[in-house]
Design a protein around this ligand. Structure first.
Ligand code: AMP
Length: 286
């Protein structure tokens, strides 16, 4: 396994692999790797000749009041995890290499970037789309692996890929959870034991919502989750929305395949989670 720290060097190596006929898989991450990331890596190792894991805490996707500086950066442990999981290259660029002070170009995904998390994290998805586009170009990836855990991010990257004719195929990967249902996240490390216990109610309420969605109307499903989330001590809801699976537009009574997406503060930690919900055949939800 090789550690590459410079974008131009990574791209040169990737181009050589393409010339040799290798297929490249990219797993973009911000590090503090856990089983969720490892599931993406495992898919790439299985599908692709070469697996590149990027580890980059991307400054342009953080708002000024967010946790950019305190975001966990256990570089040594991350490298060990990558090695153990048969990664070929870990790409760990500096912020200055990726976004030097004269960087001027940003990608916007109209509408999709302004809803759900985008309504609370101004310029977040513009930063995500821009770094992902750069990583696609640097890695020359045939496939890139994204977790459904960040559902809006996945949809935005898919839309960007389609609209801008990127050749990189986006591979969605299902959410890895603790046995108790909590979605794995690098930010879970901010939670105290008590907060972690409380946050289990997020995935639990979503799981129950997916059951309710089969037979109850949207209002009931949404209100039930909001009430449950409000009851978590120290919680504050940023949003709890039911949207269409395909394009994140607001769901209505005819929606058959939806996603219930939430962002909830537990103390000082902001957690996101979502669940896919499918209507029972023959029911309209009325
Ligand atoms: P991050 O390091 O949080 O930016 O995440 C890097 C990639 O890993 C993103 O595509 C995430 O959606 C994905 N990911 C994060 N947590 C999980 C999880 N619990 N299950 C599956 N994928 C995940």
């Amino acid at each position: 396994m090789k550690i590459i720290k410079i974008a131009s060097q990574m791209q040169k190596i990737a181009l050589k692999h393409i010339k040799d006929g290798d297929e490249i898989g990219l797993v973009p991450t911000m590090g503090a790797l856990h089983e969720g990331h490892i599931s993406l890596i495992a898919k790439s190792v299985k599908n692709d000749d070469i697996t590149i894991v990027s580890i980059f805490v991307n400054p342009v996707q953080f708002c000024p009041n967010e946790d950019y500086l305190k975001y966990p950066r256990p570089a040594k442990k991350d490298k060990e995890i990558c090695k153990k999981n048969h990664v070929d290259y870990v790409f760990m660029p500096s912020a200055n290499d990726m976004f030097p002070s004269d960087h001027k170009t940003f990608i916007e995904i109209k509408t999709l970037q302004d809803i759900l998390c985008g309504a609370f994290r101004i310029n977040h998805f513009r930063g995500v789309a821009t770094v992902v586009a750069k990583l696609f170009n640097i890695s020359c990836a045939d496939r890139a692996y994204f977790g459904v855990k960040d559902f809006q991010q996945l949809k935005i990257v898919e839309k960007m890929g389609k609209d801008l004719n990127f050749r990189t195929k986006i591979i969605p990967c299902s959410v890895v959870r603790e046995r108790n249902g909590l979605a794995l996240s690098s930010r879970n490390s901010y939670l105290s034991a008590e907060e972690k216990k409380r946050s289990l109610n997020i995935s639990k309420s979503l799981k129950e919502a997916a059951e309710d969605f089969k037979s109850r109307d949207l209002n009931f499903v949404k209100k039930t989750v909001i009430n449950k989330l409000k009851k978590i001590p120290g919680s504050e809801i940023d949003y709890a929305e039911i949207v269409n699976f395909d394009d994140l537009s607001p769901a209505n009574k005819n929606t058959k395949k939806a996603v219930f997406a939430v962002a909830v503060w537990i103390g000082k930690t902001r957690l996101i989670d979502n669940i896919m919900m499918i209507k029972d055949k023959g029911r309209s939800g009325q």
